[in-house]
Design a protein. Structure first.
Length: 445
């Protein structure tokens, strides 16, 4: 297998965790109504049953850093596949709401863990010249998984099978098993082998296949960093003076990613369109359009990330955010802009996110930390992402009804102005640089 195709294969296998991440997150949308009716759940219990996976996601992001550092990246990739498989099968066969929530919680742990381990693994096996594109495969697969969940739910629904909701949830078993089996074929991260096992020969053998042009430099830099950072393997290192700047880089990009309002708009797109007096039928079509636009522009971002760099893509995304959110806010104020064209502003917003923050977030977080604490750094970035995703999703309906949609979109717009300022004056560029050089540049800046 040629070097480029081998690296792509390894990155694609790890990125399949993103596909399952997206599929698992979105597939519940087709089943939630049946679940409430079958078990006669109150609104509060129904909300908990659907949201339980998100709590698992936060836990997965918190706890995965230590085992990823101690046991390696590969065993965690395999464990994530097993979690997805057990969750999908158990959720489909659940006998009551408690068993359903248990299995959905396990799936949530897999989602949170995959958002840490998969981008980190890809960044550690990829050549510097196309690392951004390969890590961005994770985001592409995430978006593709969301779209495939909607498609799968649709076809199962029109097939009118008995207990269709069980089939909707159970179909995830197939890609989960495939992902688990493929994960058995990938090698361990060469950076982890050097930093934690001093296994230079095995690391050289792997890098010789994935990055033959840069293998000598990668090995020498990784060994040099391992000697310097050997004792720094605890989560608390993230908040010591030496690494504080890097840690806050990861926290801020995850914070801004969610303060764009992306999850509020994706989760509540039908509600937003209905607030604009768009019919239910057109609302559904517009929501499907959100998924398609997200996929198309994620592909565009993936193709540009190593050409334009992370900062330029974020500039483009921020400008698109500001324009689209301002127009969305104005459209709810009065008759100056008809609300009938609101879906086009939402499409512009989704395109801006997909080509900007959506494409770069996982790559950027996985690149900026030293090898010795990368697993913990990826955890803190993912944790920030999921905590704010949960908060915004929970409070959006209340704030939209209390203060009006226009005020909420204006708030998101203001946050994106702040992100643009941060991107211009503080955010470093990581394009084309060796992993071991990036953190040193940020520390010494």
């Amino acid at each position: 297998m040629k070097q480029n195709s081998y690296v792509f294969f390894l990155a694609l296998v790890a990125a399949l965790g993103g596909f399952l991440f997206g599929f698992d997150t979105a597939v519940i949308s087709g089943a939630e109504r049946y679940i409430q009716n079958i078990w006669e759940l109150s609104d509060l219990m129904h909300g908990l049953a659907i949201a339980i996976a998100l709590y698992g996601t936060v836990l997965g992001a918190i706890v995965v850093g230590y085992p990823a550092n101690k046991y390696g990246r590969k065993p965690l990739l395999i464990a994530i596949g097993i979690l997805y498989t057990v969750s999908a099968l158990g959720s489909a066969l659940a006998w009551d709401v408690n068993s359903f929530m248990l299995f959905r919680f396990l799936g949530g742990i897999g989602v949170g863990a995959s958002s840490v381990v998969a981008p980190m693994y890809i960044s550690e096996i990829a050549p510097a010249k196309n690392r951004g594109m390969l890590v961005a495969l994770f985001q592409f697969n995430l978006v593709f998984g969301i779209l495939m969940a909607y498609v799968s739910n649709y076809f199962i629904e029109i097939a009118a099978v008995t207990e269709s909701w069980r089939w909707m949830l159970g179909v995830e078993v197939l890609p989960a098993v495939i992902y688990t089996l493929l994960s058995l074929r990938v090698p361990e991260s060469p950076r982890w082998l050097i930093n934690e096992r001093n296994d230079y020969d095995k690391a050289r053998s792997i890098l010789g296949k994935t990055d033959p042009e840069g293998v000598d430099k990668a090995i020498s830099l990784a060994i040099e960093e391992a000697k310097k950072e050997k004792s720094k393997t605890s989560f608390t290192e993230l908040f010591k003076k030496r690494y504080l700047r890097i840690t806050f880089m990861a926290i801020l990009i995850a914070f801004f990613n969610q303060l764009s309002g992306i999850n509020a708009i994706i989760y509540f797109a039908p509600r937003i369109f209905e607030m604009a007096n768009i019919s239910a039928e057109n609302s559904l079509l517009s929501t499907m359009g959100v998924g398609v636009i997200n996929l198309i522009f994620t592909m565009v971002g993936l193709s540009l990330i190593d050409k334009f760099g992370r900062k330029k893509l974020l500039y483009i995304g921020c400008i698109g955010y500001i324009i689209s959110l301002a127009l969305m806010s104005i459209s709810f104020l009065g008759d100056s802009i008809p609300t009938s064209i609101l879906p086009f502003f939402v499409f512009l917003f989704i395109a801006s996110h997909a080509i900007g923050s959506g494409s770069i977030i996982w790559a950027f977080i996985s690149e900026i930390f030293p090898n010795s604490i990368r697993s913990y750094g990826q955890s803190i970035g993912s944790l920030t992402h999921w905590v704010f995703a949960a908060i915004i999703a929970n409070v959006f309906p209340f704030f939209a009804n209390t203060f009006g949609a226009s005020s909420i979109f204006l708030f998101f717009c203001g946050m994106m102005v702040l992100q643009l300022i941060w991107a211009i004056f503080i955010m470093p560029e990581t394009k084309g640089k060796a992993l071991e050089d990036i953190d040193q540049e940020i520390i010494e800046h």
